[in-house]
Design a protein around this ligand. Structure first.
Ligand code: FNR
Length: 182
């Protein structure tokens, strides 16, 4: 495995998720010393504090993948001006039991794609509040509010020319951030 493994958390369960598509295209812009683990969140139970002492296999898997990673990338849709419940559920699971959070200290990157022109800005700011509490250093700039519009991808599903310079710059900043904070 490459020296820097990044856990990728997509906050949408939708088959044709724009956020998953963005995650897959963005990975191709990273250098060879980075690899990725797609973190599964669709099979997690609803978080219940009563289960902290006997976590399900899915929760143990989630925490193991985050713990093993040198950083975490979050791709969040915006649902009603916040993060989807499925994403918050996964974050809560891996944050517990108290004092045993898997997120602690992991350098985070936050992106989101939306059909709306403000491209998940409010959801991302809610997410940043959560990550601050979880003690995750989070790349501040550039921000990545991605409007899922025509031309974002080329025919092969790679980032299209119009957005490539910006997103390559985002990746370069996050790579440097991980190397400083991992
Ligand atoms: C949305 N959508 C949406 N978009 C937005 O820009 N701001 C918002 O507050 C909301 N709210 C919202 C609530 C709910 C319940 C749904 C289902 C959708 C639209 C959203 O951006 C769109 O469905 C995206 O396609 C979701 O991301 P994925 O699933 O394509 O990754």
């Amino acid at each position: 495995m490459a020296p820097y493994n990044i856990a990728v958390v997509v906050g949408s369960l939708r088959k044709d998720s724009f956020n998953r598509k963005l995650a897959q295209a963005l990975e191709k812009l990273f250098p060879a010393d980075f690899s990725f683990t797609q973190v599964r969140i669709d099979d997690l139970p609803l978080y219940n504090q009563d289960d902290d002492g006997s976590p399900s296999a899915q929760v143990t898997r989630l925490k193991g993948e985050i713990t093993a990673a040198q950083g975490v990338l979050f791709f969040t849709p915006e649902y009603n001006r916040s993060v989807p419940g499925v994403l918050k559920n996964a974050i809560d699971h891996a944050s517990r039991p108290y004092g045993k959070s898997a997120w602690n200290g992991k350098p985070a990157g936050v992106l989101g794609a939306s059909v709306g022109p403000i491209g998940t800005a409010l959801a991302q700011h809610h997410l940043r509040n959560i990550l601050a509490y979880l003690n995750m250093p989070t790349l501040g700039q550039p921000e990545a509010f991605i409007h899922n519009k025509e031309g974002l991808y080329d025919e092969a599903g790679n980032i299209g020319e119009a957005s490539k310079k910006f997103l390559q710059g985002w990746v370069d900043s996050y790579v440097a951030f991980v190397k400083t904070n991992a």
